[in-house]
Design a protein around this ligand. Sequence first.
Ligand code: HEC
Ligand code: HEC
Length: 336
Amino acid sequence: MTHRYVYSVLTGLCAIFSILIVYGFVQYEQALTVTVHVDTEYEFVEVPGPIQPIPYIKQIDSGWQKLGKALFHSTLLSKDNTISCASCHNVHQGGEDGFPISIGINGSLGDRNAPTVLNSVFSFRQFWDGRSATLAEQAVGPIHNPVEMGTDFQQVIQKLNRSQEFVDAFTQLGVNEITPDSVVRAIVTYEESLITPDAPIDLYVLGNQSALTEQQKSGYEKFIGFGCVSCHQGVNIGGNLYQKIGRINVVPEKLLADKGRFNVTKNENDEFVFKVPSLRNIHQTAPYFHNGSVEKLEDAIRIMAIGQLGITLTDQDVADIMALFEAFSGQVAPEL
Ligand code: HEC
Ligand code: HEC
């Protein structure tokens, strides 16, 4: 009798705990979902060939953009007020931090290399494994990530409410109560302005034959001829598909510790699959690959040729592609 009594009490408790856990999880998920409307518009120009030019901005809400710039550079977005988005994404130095893996609050280390935020609005997914579909969804990640900013929106909004400058800036945009959506809307509007049009490669594909040097033209022919463009293509010269690292041949062991998209989908076919990264501004974004384990761009190029295409490049090929990569560099507007 007593056994049965204890048993039903235990079952009851289990049920209550499970409900609480599920409820907590749903709350957590809800806390991580934001819905924002951003009305930036671009003027895309389509050209023949695999590489497309960065478009110009047709319309952007400059009020939200300015507020977003302030938020992106504000350490109030981190738990101990030491880290801002810009700590890991320096927009005037390639849009990342130059470290193999990033350093967050209290010196904690993550496990991936900070990709550039420049032009990332043109990528089909965000993060190396594509786990966020949009910039809005992405922006929530670092704020909550314990090894990045280690906080949550409730704390961030409390702190923003204590800053007269931020309260005024939001009020001017018609926001009387700061919400996660309004914070994210501002950050995303700013990120959407972080683009680098008019790089030499853009001018070249738009028809200006003298935008590339002879060596860069030869690099361009090789980049196409070898098949790099089968993965690195479109507006971002990458950023529009998933591919496996070491698709044809072995790549260095150090690139195979992280299973990439598999961590998100648990699907065996996704082992070692990553979003093909953009090669724009690649000279400014060393070190390379998802864990920043390759320091030199020349080495990254050789690893790609062998691992992804099964070919060994000559020194001349590498030099030509290096030269071409210079033509992938552009600038964000100086006031950003
Ligand atoms: C502690 C360093 C750090 C901070 C702070 C940080 N990031 Fe990042 N960011 C990273 C790393 C590392 C990744 C790649 C993580 C991954 O792919 O798993 C990343 C990825 C991104 C991406 C995706 C880019 C792409 O091409 O996939 C965007 C956009 C971005 N961060 C924006 C932000 C914004 C906005 C903030 C502030 C709210 C921020 N980051 C704060 C390190 C940081
Ligand atoms: C089959 C698809 C594929 C082909 C072909 C390919 N790449 Fe890649 N590339 C990728 C993927 C996926 C990554 C990211 C891998 C990672 O970080 O683990 C990458 C990363 C890179 C990087 C490092 C980018 C960064 O931000 O760290 C460089 C540089 C690069 N590729 C250059 C090339 C060159 C040059 C060629 C031609 C010789 C080439 N790739 C061919 C898929 C490809």
